[in-house]
Write a protein that binds this ligand. Structure first.
Ligand code: CP
Length: 297
């Protein structure tokens, strides 16, 4: 049966650990030998595009990155037919889309793995890299606390699910109106953990091992920028907030960052920051996932 990857909990807990083990394997199976992988982007990307392309190369494959105007998902051609076309040539498809349902529709039309490279609902590839980075930092993650400060967006949702699946405590501090909806909370709870939801960044960070943030205005929300700057004004991660962490606590950010908004430059560049190992782990995590989805060992 073809396995797709829309959200982290499309994997079981054991499978997640398997993917992380594959990610650490310096000699992965060449599961894409002689095959292509189509990487379709409706939105810009630096990390996801480059990490996926290099993961495909490391697995013996050939990445083909496709811009939105080249295929016109649901404008030039239905998303299903785009997927069927790409599956004629490629061993796997990755898609970064606005509407999550587009990825599900593409996957339903083909029998090659379809990987979510970010949708309005989730960013599971990012969460895999985040968990890998935390494992490298702390080893066993059970009982560690992650404090996410900022918008309860796609990155936060996938991270919360990944934390639940690795027995970590997940806390989120967001202003009213920018918190998880009931559907997201139910999905996180279904993975066995109750997230702490608060409007106080200080409360969320107190005694945490990781503080994590993302931009306040995601791609597609640009018209809300002014309103969001006001709403999140008390949610900047600065040196004073960092003092609430455990003594070995770290700072993480999926990037790109907007220094001076969700975090200060000194925190981004400071000794507790792990943003560059985190970015590099995007490639290792992507490679581990592809080995798993394509049945490698
Ligand atoms: N974190 C992340 O997905 O980065 P890009 O948008 O640059 O791919």
């Amino acid at each position: 049966m073809t396995r797709h990857f829309f959200e982290v909990d499309d994997l079981s807990r054991d499978e997640l650990q398997q993917v992380l083990a594959y990610a650490a394997d310096p000699y992965p199976s060449k599961v894409l030998d002689g095959l292509g992988m189509a990487l379709l982007f409706e939105k810009p990307s630096a990390r996801t595009r480059n990490s996926m392309e290099m993961a495909v190369v490391q697995l013996g494959g050939h990445p083909v990155t496709i811009r939105p105007d080249e295929v016109g998902l649901d404008t030039r051609e239905p998303a299903e037919d785009v997927a069927r076309t790409l599956a004629c040539y490629h061993g796997a498809i990755g898609a970064r889309v606005f509407e999550h349902s587009k990825i599900e529709r593409m996957a339903a039309a083909v029998d090659v793995p379809v990987v979510n490279m970010l949708s309005d609902e989730s960013h599971p590839l990012q969460a895999l890299a985040d968990i890998l980075t935390m494992q490298q930092e702390f080893g066993d993650l059970g009982g560690k606390a992650v404090a996410y400060v900022g918008d309860a967006n796609n990155v936060a949702r996938s991270l919360a699910i990944a934390c639940a699946m690795t027995d970590m405590e997940f806390r989120i501090a967001s202003p009213a109106g920018y918190q998880f909806n009931d559907r997201d909370l139910d999905r996180i709870r279904a993975n066995g953990r109750e997230p702490m939801v608060t409007e106080s960044a200080t409360e969320a960070v107190a005694g945490a091992h990781v503080v994590y943030t993302d931009v306040w205005t995601s791609m597609g929300q640009e018209e809300e920028t002014r309103q969001r700057l006001d709403a999140f004004a008390e949610f900047t991660i600065d040196a004073a907030l960092m003092e609430g962490l455990e003594s070995d606590g770290i700072f993480m950010h999926c990037l790109p960052a907007h220094p001076g908004e969700e975090c200060t430059r000194d925190v981004l560049d400071g000794p507790q920051s792990r943003i560059w190992p985190q970015a590099q782990n995007r490639m290792h995590a992507a490679r581990g996932l592809l080995v798993f989805l394509l049945g490698g060992a």
